[in-house]
Each structure stands twice: as structure tokens, then as C-alpha cells.
Design a binder for this molecule. Structure first.
Ligand code: PLP
Length: 446
């Protein structure tokens, strides 16, 4: 009996050490970290340059409260990050995690509206399904019923539009009419809610765990930007998972050349070395808020020098080692390898993703897109079988969290072709094991 508890009663082996893409437990078993933790450890584990930067900062100071001191680490990290953002996004507010970043983005948007005489705007439209964090504000814009359901009475309901899941709706993702079709739903929602009441649209450029790496159809992101502009709605890009190179560009939104008003980031920014995140905004939003008395928001640990020095070192590694380019190249190869698995495994119904944010979805039938029976718990079984085989992958359910199993394959951006061979081998072992124990059921492919 442990004093610790998290989601459930399950216990895992004890971690001993981690290097690069590998982790060892205290029994000496080696695992390939095919999910970078929770899509966090983008530059691999125990990178010597980051450890050294942390050590150097720790010897000087680990904490300086931002109301008492400026720190060189925070200043330099903010300047570096702003330099990697789309033009105009030059004001950085540090936080310690993704939910904090999302809350900060929504609250800055709200204070901007209040400061500029648009106090009627407060609704943040987001997509279903989506995941934006577990705090009550971020949860209100999340759509994933196992996580939101119990807390519904405690949250302010926020409007949702369908995520652009062309493959489920029988539409072609490469047809700009498809992108327009889903973007139109956003415009209709803004009109139905009353444009003067809508503050922002919050979107993951490539879907994360809730959709299993959903890539938007052609034209969608560009149309979303136009619609937001037309109605004075701010566009907040949730780059918590996609940011810091995961999709093959520093930000996911760069794939479509769309410039958001606010970007929120975390995971890959601290890269597993420290809890870290940022909300980056256009000065046009920040200045009126500061003029009106200031941003009424902040977390105690935000912008501490240890986190910022670490974040700066992580950004250096991403840039100096060309990790965005490696994520793009290795991502293409991984997608091709996963797509090839569809020849062997009839239950893989869809493969999708960008860069090293990739996923495959299991289906009972590819034509009807029917999910596997949820009680089979396929996603968890496959994750467990892969784990036994020494491969860590991540899974969730695509259909509002209750059905439609998908597996995310998101190794560190440092992976090589040899690592990809190992990942595919581990997945084959897990899929073979699952199929061997899968009940025989009418209409379910094997
Ligand atoms: N936004 C997205 C897209 C995420 O994937 C996550 C976490 O998975 C969050 C926000 C919340 O981040 P955190 O768990 O660090 O609070």
C-alpha cells in the first residue's frame, strides 16, 4: 500500500534512469519511449547540454519571485521564444504547465476585451472532441466526456463545434470544400451565440490525445482565421502538444501559415526537465491590459530562473540539432511504416498525423468506420502489451472518449530509423498479442 495516488489503483515498475529515447526500470528492463512520456520529452531524456545549463543556473539561483526580481534567465528565454514565434507574437507570459497556459490565454483574451470596451465578449468556442487541460476553466473548453462529465455542474458551459473529422464523415480531407464545410460550422456557431458575446476560438492545430492526431482538412485553418477576423473573435492556438517542434515545424500552425492572436505552449518547452509553459501574445492585446491596470493573473512558480534557464537550453537544442527537420523527416517515415501496417492488420482503420505526432485508430470495419466494442478495451490492452514488449505508446478514445480506440506514436524528435524499426516491431508484437486474445465477433475484422 503506497501513500501515493493518481487516477487509479494500477501500479507501474519503478523508473531507474533514462537516456535519449530509452528508459530503464529498477529491474534493468529497457523501454523505448515511443510517446515521449505524455508527448513531453521532445529532445530525449538526460540531454547533457540541458543538464549542464540547469546545473549552472542552480548554482546561481533556483527561485526569484517575479514581483521581487527580474532574472536574466527569464528575459533571455522570453526573447528567444518570441524570436521563434510568428511575427507580432512578441509578449511572453511564463507558466508551469499546459492547463495553466490555456487558462492564461483565455484570461488575457477576456481582460483585453474588457480593457477595449468589448466587455460583452466572454464565450470561448472550442471543438468536440478536444483536450485543453484539467483545471475547471480549461476543462470547460475541453470536450471528452470521461474527464468532463463528473465536473459539469461546476463549470460554465462553453459553446463547441465539431472537430473536422473528415474521415468519419466520409469527406475528402484534401478537398478545400471540406475545410470550408467545418469552418462554416464555426461561423454558424458565432452567429448563433451572437458575435458580440464571443471572445475567442481555441483550437489545437493538430489534434492531440482526444482526436488521435487529427490533421485539419485543406483550407480549414485559413478559413478559421478569416472567420475570426470577420467577427472580431480572437484565435487562440493550443500548441501545448504540437509546439516545440513535435509536428515538424516549431509551431503546428506554421503548416498553414496562420497567425494566431495568442499561442499557448508547454510540454515540449520544458521537455520533461522542468514543469514549464508559456502564453505568447501580440502586444496589441497586452498593452491595453497593462494600461488598464494590469493582468490580474499569475502562478507562484511562473518564470522562475531554473525553469527559464532550462527552457532556454531546450530551445537551443531544438535549434542546434535541427530537431524540427528531423521530426518532419522521421515523421514521414513513421507515417509510411504505420500505413504499411494496415496491409497486415485489418483492425487498423485509419493512420494520421503530422511530423512525430502520429496515431492509428482501430475499427471493427473500415468501410462503416464502426469502432471495436468498447468493452474490449483495445486501446489499453495494446498499450499494455507494447509495454510488456518494451515499447511505451499512448492511447485514448476518439469518439468522445467512450469508443473508437486510438494509439498515439510520438517518440522524441531525436529518433533515428533504427529506433523506428524497434517501434514497429514492438507495435507488431502488441497487435499480434491483442488479435490472438481478441474475442471472435460478427462484423469485426481481425
Ligand atoms: N492542451 C493540450 C492540447 C494538451 O494536450 C494538454 C495535455 O495533455 C493540455 C492542454 C494540458 O496540459 P497539462 O497537462 O500540462 O496541464
Amino acid at each position: 500500500m503506497s501513500n501515493l495516488f493518481y487516477q487509479g489503483r494500477g501500479r507501474k515498475p519503478t523508473l531507474d534512469q533514462a537516456r535519449g529515447v530509452y528508459i530503464w526500470d529498477t529491474d534493468g528492463k529497457r523501454y523505448l519511449d515511443g510517446s515521449s512520456g505524455a508527448m513531453v520529452c521532445n529532445i530525449g531524456h538526460s540531454h547533457p547540454a540541458v543538464l549542464e545549463a540547469m546545473q549552472r543556473q542552480m548554482e546561481k539561483s533556483t527561485f526569484g519571485y517575479r514581483l521581487h526580481f527580474e532574472t536574466e534567465a527569464a528575459e533571455r528565454c522570453a526573447a528567444r521564444l518570441a524570436g521563434m514565434m510568428p511575427e507580432g507574437l512578441d509578449r511572453v507570459f511564463f507558466v508551469s504547465g499546459g492547463s495553466e497556459a490555456v487558462e492564461s490565454g483565455m484570461k488575457l483574451a477576456r481582460q483585453y476585451a474588457v480593457a477595449t470596451g468589448q466587455g460583452s465578449r466572454w464565450k470561448v468556442i472550442s471543438r468536440a472532441p478536444s483536450y485543453h487541460g484539467c483545471t475547471l476553466g480549461a476543462l470547460a473548453v475541453t470536450s471528452y466526456s470521461p474527464l468532463t462529465g463528473p465536473f459539469a455542474p461546476m463549470m460554465q458551459p462553453m459553446p463547441k463545434v465539431p472537430a473536422p473529422r473528415a474521415y468519419l464523415d466520409g469527406l475528402r480531407a484534401d478537398d478545400p470544400a471540406t475545410g470550408r464545410h467545418y469552418a462554416d460550422m464555426l461561423e454558424q456557431k458565432i452567429l448563433a451565440e451572437g458575435p458580440d458575446s464571443v471572445l475567442a476560438f481555441l483550437v489545437e492545430p493538430v489534434g492531440g490525445a482526444s482526436t488521435g492526431a487529427l490533421v485539419p482538412p485543406a483550407g480549414y485553418m485559413e478559413a478559421v482565421r478569416e472567420i475570426c477576423d470577420r467577427h472580431g473573435v480572437l484565435l487562440i492556438m493550443d500548441e501545448v502538444m504540437t509546439g516545440a517542434g513535435r509536428t515538424g515545424r516549431f509551431l503546428g500552425c506554421e503548416h498553414w501559415g496562420v497567425r494566431p492572436d495568442i499561442v499557448v505552449m508547454s510540454k515540449g518547452l520544458g521537455a520533461g526537465y522542468v514543469p514549464f509553459g508559456a502564453m505568447v501574445a501580440d502586444s496589441r492585446l497586452v498593452e491595453p491590459v497593462l494600461d488598464a491596470g494590469g493582468f490580474a493573473h499569475g502562478f507562484t512558480y511562473a518564470g522562475n530562473p531554473l525553469a527559464c534557464a532550462t527552457g532556454l537550453a531546450v530551445l537551443d537544442v531544438i535549434e542546434h540539432e535541427g530537431l524540427c527537420a528531423n521530426a518532419a523527416a522521421m515523421g514521414d517515415r513513421l507515417m509510411a511504416r504505420l500505413t504499411a501496417l494496415m496491409q497486415k492488420y485489418e483492425i487498423i482503420g485509419d493512420v494520421r498525423g503530422k511530423g512525430l505526432l502520429t496515431a492509428f485508430e482501430l475499427m471493427a470495419d473500415r468501410d462503416s468506420k464502426a469502432p471495436l466494442p468498447p468493452e474490449w478495451n483495445a486501446h489499453q490492452k495494446i498499450v499494455d502489451l507494447a509495454y510488456d514488449a518494451g515499447l511505451i505508446v499512448y492511447s485514448r478514445r476518439t469518439r468522445d472518449g467512450v469508443a473508437g480506440d486510438h494509439i498515439l506514436v510520438c517518440p522524441p524528435l531525436t529518433v533515428t530509423e533504427t529506433h523506428l524499426d524497434e517501434i514497429i516491431e514492438g507495435l507488431e508484437t502488441a497487435l499480434d498479442g491483442f488479435i490472438a486474445q481478441m474475442p471472435v465477433a460478427a462484423g469485426v475484422a481481425r
